[in-house]
Design a protein around this ligand. Structure first.
Ligand code: TXA
Ligand code: MG
Length: 370
């Protein structure tokens, strides 16, 4: 069974030694908990895929330590010298964009997809000629990176296709029989994964996954809105730009229906929700009880459980609670179906919240639970 360890100096040192020895460690980050292993060691990487039941066509994010002088430190020194990124494949415009985005958002929840360098093993990239790099902001992740002195591959610490963990206890629930140690960094402050942006060799930006950094913030720094590739990301293996973004990611065990619009804008509850199923109502925002009342006025049954992500409609609070609340619905026995209201807002973190709820609502091609 996984031991949950406080991030004391001794435990951090022990975890760093495990990583250096090719073992895996549960690592808190500001977005979600990661399953970390040495990004330069193919056998450690193979353990990551095996422990998560993750298909090897789904590439990993490489996490790097924050240097003492950042952002003054050149990206060349940070990424190219250690062979993580191939700078020779980047135009000046691409380099400048990468540097600007890194200095604006690193350390933090932005992952940059750049030309792959010679030190990166095939298993990291799933054979692609690009590599995803992120500098996490969480203090425990940074301590671990500094102590082990290695870049760390770290996918979210859940079994493939399941909800990402935002607390140490979620990691135990997902991987408890397989993983030895998770460092407890408390609940993740952001609660949805990093925003993944590819920078093409000519400097063009593509949004591969909405996440903790709103796309508007990226546009403000880069001077260009990253073109979203959501449409083509839904068929893994079919030339998708981000093979891991299969439609069914982030799925609770129970079926989830995402309403087309907020309850207060709806005229009636869709008939399919009235078939005697016991409903868990996931409300994005608003006052206690208002959504339940509206749900019933529209002809819906009384929910067995109703949870509001943020009563004050604070999107940061809503994002940070989202995955934990999905787990709560999964654990509640008298809920058969989760009905989720989309956030009323369009931009900011609402983008990532809507994306995760949409994915959670698509179960058709979800892999079976193990
Ligand atoms: O917030 C996060 O990014 C968390 C924490 C632990 O850092 N990690 C995370 O990793 O979400 P994971 O493996 O669950 O998601 C990685 C995403 C996948 O959608 C994958 O397809 C994409 O990044 N990705 C990785 N390398 C890529 C590449 N070379 N090109 C395109 N997409 C890539
Ligand atoms: Mg994941």
């Amino acid at each position: 069974m996984t031991r949950v360890l406080a991030p004391t100096a001794a435990n951090l040192l022990d975890a760093a030694q495990r990583l250096r020895a090719g073992e895996l460690v549960g690592m808190p980050t500001e977005t979600v908990y990661g399953l970390a292993g040495n990004a330069l060691d193919s056998s450690a990487l193979a353990k990551i895929f095996a422990m998560k039941d993750r298909p090897t066509f789904d590439p990993l994010i490489v996490h790097i330590a924050k240097p003492r002088r950042f952002p003054e430190r050149d990206l060349r020194v940070l990424l190219e010298a250690p062979g993580l990124v191939d700078g020779s494949a980047m135009s000046e415009k691409a380099r400048a964009r990468a540097a600007r985005l890194a200095s604006a958002f690193w350390p933090g929840p932005l992952t940059l997809v750049l030309p792959r360098g010679p030190a990166i093993p095939d298993l990291v990239t799933a054979g692609l000629d690009t590599v995803a790099i992120r500098m996490p902001a969480h203090e425990v992740a940074q301590s671990l990176l500094a102590l082990c002195g290695l870049p760390l591959a770290a996918p979210s610490a859940n079994r493939f296709g399941r909800i990402s963990p935002t607390k140490a206890e979620h990691v135990v629930a997902e991987l408890g029989l397989r993983l030895d140690v998770v460092l407890d960094g408390g609940p993740c402050a952001i609660g949805v994964e990093s925003t993944v942006v590819a920078i093409a060799n000519d400097g063009t930006l593509t949004l591969l996954r909405p996440g903790g950094i709103p796309v508007e913030a990226i546009a403000a720094v880069a001077g260009e809105i990253p073109e979203a590739r959501a449409g083509i990301l839904e068929e893994p293996g079919k030339g998708a730009a981000s093979p891991g973004m299969s439609a069914s990611h982030y799925a609770p065990a129970k079926p989830l229906v995402l309403l087309e619009r907020p309850l207060r804008e709806m005229a009636a509850i869709p008939a399919m929700l009235l078939g005697g199923m016991r409903i868990g109502l996931l409300v994005s925002g608003g006052s206690r009880g208002a959504a339940d009342k509206r749900f019933r006025v529209l002809g819906g049954p009384a929910p067995a459980l109703s949870v509001t992500l943020s009563h004050s409609r604070d999107l940061s609070e809503a994002a940070s609670r989202l995955f934990g609340v999905l787990r709560q619905f999964d654990a509640k026995e008298d809920v058969d179906l989760i009905v989720a209201e989309p956030p009323t807002e369009a931009g900011g973190l609402a983008h990532a919240i809507r994306d995760r709820l949409t994915r959670a609502s698509r179960r058709a091609d979800r892999p079976p639970r193990t």
